[in-house]
Design a binder for this molecule. Structure first.
Ligand code: 13P
Length: 249
């Protein structure tokens, strides 16, 4: 079993031409030859810019934050998987809790988006996670299993080609992190679910996301089933993001 860790920065709706340029330049200047895979996921409007800034870099891959569930056509404002492919996008975040919450994305939408991404050769990073209320009611396992099972159901054995990200909603942007033991327990549940679905489960990466930062990354990443991180706030500061990358080995 050898899983190369993945550290992905989710910039969310932040940045500007000037800020992106400074951030990517600082990342490229400091990253060297990382021991893990690294990706940055800028807003869709900046994919072309960041693609150009990353050109020639083996160290940092380009990711996107969303993909349409439709192939093409009259879907104003949507961006298709083949459009992402055009810009050299290698990863796409699918089913982030902010989209589930604010854009009413359902488990079924998420499952279809995963299929679109895979058919364009893009690796979906599929987010699952429970809200604070669900957490307090002891429903964590039920919720994450339900969210992942929709993706497994629609994608069958192809599910072996996805990355999963466990992002407890109560830990996102709050400074409250799941403890390494808490996160590991959920990751083990997800791994077991993947094992029942695909022979590739031991090679699949399950990332943790939710207030991961330069200070707590090493301890989280030391857990046996935590194979990387999906980083929000700390991905906007080159020094912090690079420290997380350095902790992933
Ligand atoms: P924070 O790291 O800001 O908590 O965000 C996590 C996240 O939502 C990454 O997708």
């Amino acid at each position: 079993m050898s899983r190369r860790k993945l550290i992905a920065g989710n910039w969310k709706m932040n940045g500007s031409l000037a800020a992106n340029q400074a951030l990517v330049q600082d990342l490229l200047a400091g990253i060297g030859q990382p021991a893990c895979d690294v990706a940055v996921c800028p807003p869709g409007a900046y994919l072309g810019q960041v693609q150009a800034l990353l050109a020639g870099s083996q160290a940092i891959a380009l990711g996107a934050q969303n993909v349409s569930q439709h192939e093409n056509g009259a879907f104003t404002g949507d961006i298709s998987a083949t459009m992402l492919q055009d810009f050299g996008v290698r990863y796409v975040i699918v089913g982030h809790s902010e989209r589930r919450q604010h854009q009413a994305e359902t488990d079924v939408h998420v499952a279809i988006k995963v299929k679109r991404a895979l058919s364009a050769g893009i690796t979906p990073i599929v987010c699952v996670g429970e809200t604070l209320r669900e957490h307090d009611e002891g429903m964590t396992e039920f919720i994450v299993r339900r969210q992942l099972s929709a993706v497994i159901h629609l994608n069958g054995d192809d599910v072996g080609r996805i990355v999963v990200a466990y992002e407890p909603v109560w830990a996102i942007g709050t400074g409250k992190t799941a403890t390494p033991a808490q996160a590991q327990a959920v990751h083990a549940v997800l791994r077991a679910q993947l094992k029942a679905a695909t022979s590739q489960a031991d090679d699949m990466r399950i990332l943790y996301g939710g207030s991961m930062n330069a200070g707590n990354a090493a301890e989280l990443l030391a857990q046996p089933d935590i194979d990387g991180g999906l980083i929000g706030g700390a991905a906007l500061k080159a020094a912090d993001f690079l420290k997380i990358v350095a902790a992933a080995r």
